[in-house]
Write a protein that binds this ligand. Structure first.
Ligand SMILES: Cc1cc2nc3c(=O)[nH]c(=O)nc-3n(C[C@H](O)[C@H](O)[C@H](O)COP(=O)(O)O)c2cc1C
Length: 135
């Protein structure tokens, strides 16, 4: 993967940062890869033509649910994780290395392992504009 990413990064410096980041993933306990079975999506589009335009979006929403639930489950067990999206750059590499079915589309990667440092503090945007209650 590191070799494959070389042609994707603009500078040698950026490539060094990429190598360091990927080394961090490699040092993790393991990596969960999330796939969408595109045959299922196509079948649903066929079986429910009225909603056909939505199934690809709903598949992504289901991805988000699966990823977040897994991330929370890991966190609840004191296991650290982060979410990565090297797809589609690494799709062929992954498919060849793990004999992935053609109809499985790689959507995300989640390295997980020991928590080496607490999550940094975060600045959050003003929530009042995001959350509305209609009585
Ligand atoms: C939906 C989502 C997608 C993300 N995609 C990426 C990504 O493609 N590459 C990346 O380096 N971090 C990505 N991140 C951020 C990391 O997973 C993680 O949040 C980050 O390393 C910082 O850790 P923290 O959230 O504990 O502060 C994503 C986070 C979320 C919630």
């Amino acid at each position: 993967m590191v070799k494959r990413l070389k042609s994707e990064v603009p500078t040698e410096e950026a490539y060094e940062a990429t190598k360091k980041k990927v080394a961090g993933f490699k040092a993790a306990y393991a990596t969960i890869m999330y796939f969408t079975d595109t045959d299922i999506v196509k079948q649903l589009e066929h079986d429910f033509p009225l909603y056909a335009d939505n199934f690809a979006t709903w598949a992504e929403q289901a991805q988000g649910s699966a990823q977040l639930n897994t991330w929370v489950a890991l966190a609840n067990n004191g296991i650290g994780a982060n979410l990565q999206h090297y797809n589609p750059i690494i799709d062929e590499l992954v498919s060849d290395a793990f004999d992935i079915p053609q109809n499985w589309q790689l959507r995300a990667q989640m390295p997980f392992g020991s928590i080496e440092a607490p999550a940094q503090d975060k600045d959050y945007m003003d929530r009042t504009s995001q959350f509305k209650v209609f009585m």
